[in-house]
Design a protein around this ligand. Structure first.
Ligand code: 5GP
Ligand code: ZN
Length: 136
């Protein structure tokens, strides 16, 4: 199902043109308009889901298989040196378009991009507390 006024619904279902790299009954893979690197692409499910939490299991289980297929193809064709899969959920995590998407980001030695975080440091007790918060 499409959601009214969702730009990625319109792109995934062909109402707005895009540079498509792949398409099947459930997904379209398009080039990102504001690429981090050469070949940066997005996997878009055709049915709307706001984010990972809302994504049906059946679609979720297909996304990584498609990501692997695209990463393999793009690595061969673009001759990139590495590959990031990025998937943001919620504004705090950097999601700007509220239609689930997975970023396919080819990486090149010295490409000037930096998809990293500043590592924290926790005691064993603090790690235990967090583990318990999640698992209990
Ligand atoms: P997010 O920050 O939500 O994870 O990523 C949204 C991505 O969508 C950004 O990388 C942005 O460049 C891309 N984007 C936003 N609008 C459009 C559009 O209309 N067409 C395409 N191809 N990409 C878009
Ligand atoms: Zn949508």
């Amino acid at each position: 199902m499409m959601k009214d006024n969702c730009i990625f619904c319109k792109i995934a279902n062909g109402e707005i043109p895009s540079k498509a790299l792949y398409e099947d009954e459930a997904f379209k893979v398009i080039l990102d308009l504001g690429p981090a690197t050469k070949g940066h692409a997005l996997i878009l499910p055709k049915d709307h889901a706001d984010n990972l939490y809302e994504l049906p299991d059946e679609i979720a289980s297909k996304v990584l298989v498609l990501a692997k297929k695209m990463a393999t193809l793009m690595t061969e064709k673009l001759q990139c040196d590495g590959f990031n899969l990025v998937q943001n959920n919620g504004e705090a995590a950097g999601q700007t378009v509220n239609h689930f998407h997975m970023h396919l980001i080819p990486r090149y030695v010295n490409d000037g991009q930096n998809i990293n975080w500043v590592p924290g440091s926790l005691s064993q007790e603090e790690l235990e507390e967090i583990k318990n918060q999640i698992t209990e």
